[in-house]
Design a protein around this ligand. Structure first.
Ligand code: GRF
Length: 227
């Protein structure tokens, strides 16, 4: 019997895709556990067997899986195998977190609407690689990260939330990258949690959050950045 006022909240399954260090993935796993999201991180999947993030996931008790893109002779075959591996975990959400392969249209279509990505720039500026270097070269004063729903074209799809960081006079690529990554670690888990809780949706080009106090789809820089 349910207590009066108790809500039935189905646990959502999240699959996280990585290629490397996996610091965003680790933050997502930790926040899911510590903040008691109504979700489980069902699996972490890497396209690289040597991804450091695999160990970080294992340490956290999350099942890991490798689908090595080098084992396939076409992008389509890799995408199919990856999609099958992801699908086996019945994901409500698939989170790309430093996943460095471009996914084909079929994969994106298969998970469209439940496929999210974090990109290290304020989209639509600086799609693609080397975003921090390019931001410095462009002389911008603000930079940051974007979480967006994934659509077939590279780094496109409805923007869900953005984190802004300042570009400081003495920044180099690595310092700026560290500052952006710290912002990513705040932004990505928050956005995933809102999606899982059903509080974040898109309305045309804009995302709408049923926000609780202190929550916003725009994460502003702190007065004195740590890095
Ligand atoms: C992050 O900056 C992410 O935005 C980008 O690759 C980096 C991955 O870092 N796509 P990590 O693997 O989560 O530590």
């Amino acid at each position: 019997m349910l207590r009066r006022g108790a809500r039935i909240r189905a646990m959502k399954n999240v699959v996280v895709l990585i290629s490397g260090v996996g610091s965003n993935m680790a933050r997502i796993v930790d926040c899911c556990r510590d903040e008691r999201w109504p979700a489980r991180i069902a699996a972490v999947v890497s396209n690289r067997p040597d991804a450091a993030g695999l160990e970080r996931a294992r340490e956290r008790g999350v099942p890991v899986l490798v689908v090595d893109h080098r084992d396939f002779d076409s992008r389509a075959a890799f995408d199919r195998a990856l999609g099958d591996a992801v699908e086996r975990h019945a994901p409500d959400w698939v989170a790309l977190a430093g996943f460095m392969r471009v996914l084909g249209d079929d994969f994106v279509a298969r998970f469209q609407g439940r496929l999210v990505n974090i990109h290290p720039s304020l989209l639509p500026a600086f799609t693609g690689l080397h975003t921090h270097r390019r931001a410095l070269a462009a002389g911008v004063r603000v930079h940051g990260a974007t979480v967006h729903l994934v659509e077939p074209a590279l780094d496109s799809g409805p923007i869900l939330a953005q984190a802004v960081v300042p570009v400081l006079d003495d920044d180099d690529e690595h310092r700026l990258a560290r500052r952006v990554l710290a912002a990513e670690h705040r932004l990505y888990p928050a956005v995933l949690r809102w999606l899982i809780e059903g509080r974040l949706r898109t309305d045309g080009p804009r995302a709408v959050l049923r926000a609780e106090p202190g929550e916003s789809l725009l994460l502003l820089p702190t007065e004195t950045p740590d890095v």
